[in-house]
Design a protein around this ligand. Structure first.
Ligand code: E4P
Length: 217
C-alpha cells in the first residue's frame, strides 16, 4: 500500500520524505489555508520534495473554469495530480484531463456508486473520506470494502486512495482490504511507528548494555 501524507506543511513533508516512506502528498484548500502560504508556491515546493503525485485541488464548480485552473496547476510540475470534486462537472473535467494523460484524483467520495462513476470517468485515484463518513454515523471502512469489490469485479485501474484517515486502525483496515493508497496527516503516520513494547524493549536492552561497561564506537 502506498503512503501519501495529507498536509501542506513542507517541514513535515521534508521530515517524512527522508524516511523513504512517502509515495506522494495530498493537499486541499483547507490545508492550504492552514499553511498560510500561497497555493501555487507551496505546491511547487512540495513537488520538489517528493517524486510521487502531489494532489492540488481546483476550486471552480463548473467544467470550463476547472479546466482553466487545471491548466495553471499542471504547469507547476509533471507530478502534479489535479484534484476534482465528485460532481458532474468534476467528472467531466476528470475525463478530459485523463484522456490528455494528466493524473486526476477525484475527491469527496462518500458512496460506492460515486466511486464507480469516477472509475468510468478514468480517474487515476478515487478518494473516499473514511473519517468524515464515520463522523456521520456511516461505516467508512465498509465503503472501502465495497469499492474494492466493485473495482475488482470490472478490473478498473483507478487506485483507491483512502482519505480522511484519523488513526492507525484506519491504516490497518485499509491494508487488510487491499486499498492501493492511504493518505494521512503526519501525526497519524508517525503514530504507526509507536509500540509500548518497542519502547520498553529498548529501555531494557540499554539498561543491560550499560552494565556491560562496553561501547561500540
Ligand atoms: C484528502 O485528500 C483530503 O485532503 C483529506 O484526507 C481530508 O481529511 P479530513 O476529513 O481530515 O479533512
Amino acid at each position: 500500500m502506498k503512503f501519501f501524507v495529507d498536509t501542506a506543511d513542507t517541514a513535515e513533508i521534508r521530515d517524512l520524505a527522508v524516511t523513504g516512506l512517502l509515495d506522494g502528498v495530498t493537499t486541499n484548500p483547507s490545508l492550504i489555508h492552514k499553511s498560510g502560504r500561497k497555493f501555487l508556491e507551496v505546491v511547487e515546493e512540495i513537488c520538489g520534495l517528493v517524486e510521487g503525485p502531489v494532489s492540488a485541488e481546483v476550486v471552480a464548480l463548473d467544467h470550463e473554469t476547472m479546466m482553466k485552473e487545471a491548466a495553471v496547476l499542471r504547469k507547476i510540475a509533471p507530478n502534479v495530480c489535479i484534484k476534482v470534486p465528485l460532481t458532474i462537472d468534476g467528472l467531466k473535467t476528470c475525463k478530459a484531463l485523463t484522456d490528455d494523460g494528466v493524473l486526476v484524483n477525484v475527491t469527496l467520495c462518500f458512496s460506492a456508486n460515486q466511486a464507480l462513476l469516477a472509475a468510468k470517468a478514468g480517474a487515476s485515484f478515487i478518494s473516499p473520506f473514511v473519517g468524515r463518513h464515520d463522523d456521520n454515523g456511516f461505516d467508512g471502512m465498509a465503503l472501502i470494502q465495497d469499492i474494492r469489490l466493485i473495482y475488482d469485479n470490472y478490473g478498473f485501474d483507478t487506485e483507491i486512495l483512502v482519505a480522511s484517515v484519523r488513526h492507525p486502525i484506519h491504516v490497518l483496515e485499509s491494508a487488510r482490504i487491499g486499498a492501493d493508497v492511504m493518505t494521512a496527516p503526519p501525526a497519524v503516520i508517525k503514530a504507526l511507528f509507536n509500540h509500548v513494547l518497542t519502547d520498553k524493549g529498548i529501555a531494557g536492552f540499554l539498561a543491560d548494555w550499560e552494565k556491560t561497561g562496553q561501547t561500540i564506537l
